[in-house]
Design a binder for this molecule. Structure first.
Ligand SMILES: Nc1ncnc2c1ncn2[C@@H]1O[C@H](COP(=O)(O)OP(=O)(O)O)[C@@H](O)[C@H]1O
Ligand SMILES: [Mg+2]
Length: 350
C-alpha cells in the first residue's frame, strides 16, 4: 500500500504538471511583455525548483523533515526572487543599450546629412558672394584709374582702403570655396613642372608692402631656379598663407623664407619672431576652424581655415606640413615638404 501511495503522489506531477507549466508560461509572457528566453528560463528554473521542494512536503511524514523542507522552500523563494530580479535587470539594461545604439546610429546619420547640407550651403553661398566681390574690385580699380573722372588724393586713399577690405573678403570667400570643394571631393589638381623660386619671388613681392607697413623685414635670399612637379596654384596658395600668417602674427623682426633640398624633395620654411605658440596649438593648427590660443585676446582676426586648406593641398601632393615653436612669444616656423615628383594625387575627400 505504501508503494501505491507514493506512486499516486508521483503521478500527480504528470497530471497537474502540464496545466501548471502552461499557466506559468502564460504568466511569464504577460509579466515580461515578451517571450524573452533568458527571463523565461530563469523563471522556469526557480518555479520548478520551488514546485519540487514544495511537493516534498506531501511526501515527507516526519515532522523534522517537513520543517527542513519548509525552510528550504523559504530559501528557494528568497534566492529565486533575487535571481529573477537580476536577470530581469540585465535584460532591461541590454534593451536600453540596444535602444541607445539605435538612437546613436540615427543621430550619426542625421549629423552626416547636416554636414553635407552645411557644405552645400557653404558652396552655394560662396559662389553667390564671389561674383559681386569681383565686380566691386573691378569698379574700384576703374574709379582709381580715373575711368569716371578725375579723383583726388583723398579719394584714392579711401578707394585703397575699400580695395583692401574687398580683397580680404575675397580671400575669405575663396577659403570657403576651397573647403567646400575639398569636402565634396571636387578639388582639381593640375600637375606640371614649375620653378618654385620664381613662385616665391612673386609671393614676397606681393606681401612685401604688408610686411613693411608693420616695420617687418621680409627676407628671401634664394636666386637659383628650382624646379618641381605639382599644382603651382595650390602650392602658391599654401606658401602665400604661411608668409601672410607670419606677417599677421608678428609685431617685429625679420620673416625668413627659405628653401632647402631634403630627402628627395624640397623643404620650404617660413620663420618669424612673432607670437609663437605652445604644444596644444601645435597639435591643432591644421584643423578646420581652429584659431590658436596664442591669438586669443589679440585683435588679429581670421577664420582658422587657412592652414586646414594648406594641409589638404600639400597632402594631395604626397607632401607634409608642420608648425614648430620654442614657446609662446618666441616666434615660430611653418614649413612644408614636397616630393620632387608628387605621388599620385591623394583622395581629397575628407
Ligand atoms: N606665423 C604664425 N605665428 C603664430 N601663430 C600662427 C602663425 N600662423 C598661424 N598661426 C596660428 O594658427 C591659427 C590658424 O591659422 P589659419 O588657419 O591661417 O587661420 P587664421 O589666420 O584665419 O586664424 C591662427 O589662428 C594662429 O593662432
Ligand atoms: Mg591665416
Amino acid at each position: 500500500i505504501g508503494s501505491f501511495t507514493s506512486d499516486w503522489a508521483l503521478s500527480q506531477y504528470g497530471l497537474f504538471g502540464m496545466p501548471v507549466f502552461i499557466a506559468f508560461l502564460a504568466y511569464t509572457v504577460v509579466r515580461f511583455k515578451m517571450f524573452n528566453v533568458k527571463m523565461v528560463g530563469a523563471a522556469a528554473l526557480v518555479f520548478s525548483l520551488w514546485g519540487l521542494v514544495f511537493s516534498l512536503l506531501f511526501l515527507e511524514t516526519n515532522f523534522t523533515a517537513q520543517l527542513i523542507v519548509v525552510m528550504t522552500l523559504v530559501l528557494v523563494s528568497f534566492f529565486g526572487v533575487m535571481l529573477i530580479r537580476s536577470v530581469r535587470q540585465e535584460v532591461k539594461r541590454r534593451e536600453e543599450i540596444a535602444q541607445l545604439a539605435k538612437t546613436l546610429e540615427y543621430a550619426n546619420i542625421r549629423l552626416q546629412e547636416l554636414d553635407k547640407q552645411k557644405t552645400e550651403f557653404l558652396s552655394i553661398a560662396s559662389h553667390q558672394l564671389r561674383t559681386p566681390l569681383s565686380i566691386l574690385k573691378g569698379y574700384i580699380e576703374l574709379i582709381k584709374d580715373g575711368g569716371y573722372g578725375k579723383v583726388t588724393k583723398g579719394t584714392v586713399e579711401v578707394l585703397n582702403n575699400m580695395d583692401e577690405s574687398n580683397e580680404h573678403l575675397i580671400k575669405m570667400v575663396d577659403d570657403f570655396l576651397n573647403i567646400s570643394r575639398l569636402e565634396q571631393g571636387r578639388t582639381k589638381y593640375v600637375f606640371a613642372d614649375f620653378d618654385i623660386t620664381h613662385l616665391i619671388d612673386g609671393i614676397v613681392f606681393e606681401l612685401k608692402k604688408k610686411a613693411e607697413d608693420k616695420n617687418l623685414v621680409l627676407e628671401w635670399l634664394q636666386k637659383e631656379p628650382f624646379h618641381l612637379v605639382g599644382d603651382e596654384e595650390k602650392i602658391r596658395h599654401v606658401i602665400f598663407n604661411f608668409v601672410d600668417n607670419a606677417a599677421k602674427y608678428t609685431n617685429e623682426g625679420t620673416i625668413k623664407v627659405a628653401i632647402e633640398k631634403s630627402d628627395n624633395g624640397l623643404k620650404v620654411t617660413v620663420r618669424d619672431h612673432g607670437f609663437g605658440f605652445d604644444k596644444i596649438d601645435e597639435a591643432n593648427f591644421f584643423q578646420k576652424f581652429y584659431r590658436g590660443e596664442n591669438v586669443k585676446g589679440t585683435n588679429v582676426t581670421g577664420t582658422g581655415l587657412g592652414l586646414f586648406v594648406c594641409k589638404k593641398f600639400i597632402e594631395a601632393h604626397g607632401g607634409k606640413v608642420w608648425a614648430h615653436s620654442p614657446g609662446l612669444g618666441q616666434g615660430s616656423e611653418f614649413g612644408l615638404w614636397l616630393p620632387l615628383i608628387p605621388t599620385k594625387p591623394a583622395e581629397t575627400k575628407i
